[in-house]
Design a protein around this ligand. Sequence first.
Ligand SMILES: NC(=O)c1ccc[n+]([C@@H]2O[C@H](COP(=O)([O-])OP(=O)(O)OC[C@H]3O[C@@H](n4cnc5c(N)ncnc54)[C@H](O)[C@@H]3O)[C@@H](O)[C@H]2O)c1
Ligand SMILES: O=c1ccn([C@@H]2O[C@H](COP(=O)(O)OP(=O)(O)O[C@H]3O[C@H](CO)[C@H](O)[C@H](O)[C@H]3O)[C@@H](O)[C@H]2O)c(=O)[nH]1
Length: 336
Amino acid sequence: MARYLVTGGAGYVGSHVVLALLDRGDEVVVFDSLRQGHRNAVLPGAELVEGELSDRRAVEEVFAGWRFDGVLHFAALSLVGESMREPMRYIAENLGNTLWLADAAVRAGVMRFVLSSTAALFGLPERIPIDEEEVKAPVSAYGESKLMAEKGLEWADRVHGLRSAALRYFNAAGADPGGRLGEDHNPETHLIPNAVNAVLGLGPPLTVFGTDYKTPDGTAIRDYVHVADLADAHLRVLDRLKNGPSCRYNVGSGTGASVLEVIAAVERAAGKPVPHVLGPRREGDPAVLVASNEKLRRETGWTPRLGALDDIVGTAYSWRARNPQGYRGMPAQSAA
Ligand SMILES: NC(=O)c1ccc[n+]([C@@H]2O[C@H](COP(=O)([O-])OP(=O)(O)OC[C@H]3O[C@@H](n4cnc5c(N)ncnc54)[C@H](O)[C@@H]3O)[C@@H](O)[C@H]2O)c1
Ligand SMILES: O=c1ccn([C@@H]2O[C@H](COP(=O)(O)OP(=O)(O)O[C@H]3O[C@H](CO)[C@H](O)[C@H](O)[C@H]3O)[C@@H](O)[C@H]2O)c(=O)[nH]1
């Protein structure tokens, strides 16, 4: 049994990773300001410490209060569009908080660190599928902030021996197949929850951002990876870091789906049409982003178990259909 500190563990991806850690018998302390996350997303068995990462004293108190075997760092600003309006804030927060957290970990002797990174650090890649060696040329301050955070961690390894994994998620999607957790952002910008909200009458009709891409149906293609498979990738890299060196992985299902294919999958799940309108492209959206997951498979044995689009969309649909108000309408799950 091990104990992990999970920043952002009340958020979407972090809460699913906490669930996976608890399921295998690990102890978890969640550190989250709840500015995006939800108290109800912290499952019984995990301890919730409410705090801001920029509050250095609060972070130090957590390291003083428990002995950890590793840190998983999810807490970040992560809206691409917002990052283009407030680039300095994004870079200062995402880079600064990562470096400060890594520094606190090193000082406490906690030498394993997993960073939530992003496909956005590749910018507008030419080669599909995208492997780890692809040129990193972010086209958003958000992508740049994560690339800088990865580089900061390389220095923490070089100088202090902090072993880190950076997992570059493609499009995290879906919900816990057991129905305990789901995706609930405010504002919600992601395609699948917006399509689900539209079909359930919980949100406006979906706008399809762009129909003139050079793709078979004209809409943009993304690599949707089930959040439970993402969680499994975290467990595997944590284990690998016990004896292995720092590493960087692209994490995606390895297949692409267009916006229209996602809409069709939501229609299959709901049994009715998704109200939608066709609109112009969203600025900065590449036509196609699909991961090569070969390195992750080869080095950790990972394989997507819920890789089918119908599994991803089906679990997202079921959670929202059962929880129309998201976590606000859910009974408390945690004793914290
Ligand atoms: N969702 C995706 O498709 C996706 C894709 C690529 C990368 N990522 C990265 O994965 C991570 C998690 O994404 P998510 O979708 O779960 O986001 P989320 O917003 O649902 O979760 C982030 C959590 O961190 C907390 N938080 C944010 N800033 C904080 C701070 N300064 N101090 C304390 N707590 C803070 C929020 O309250 C929230 O609970 C982020 O780092 C994001 O950049 C997500
Ligand atoms: O209402 C919507 C929302 C999205 N889309 C389209 O659906 C696709 C997926 O969009 P999302 O907003 O769900 O996801 P992104 O691919 O834009 O972003 C994700 O991948 C990025 C990497 O490129 C970052 O990591 C980011 O954090 C993560 O959410 C895009 O083509 C987008 O244009 C729509 O048509 N309508």
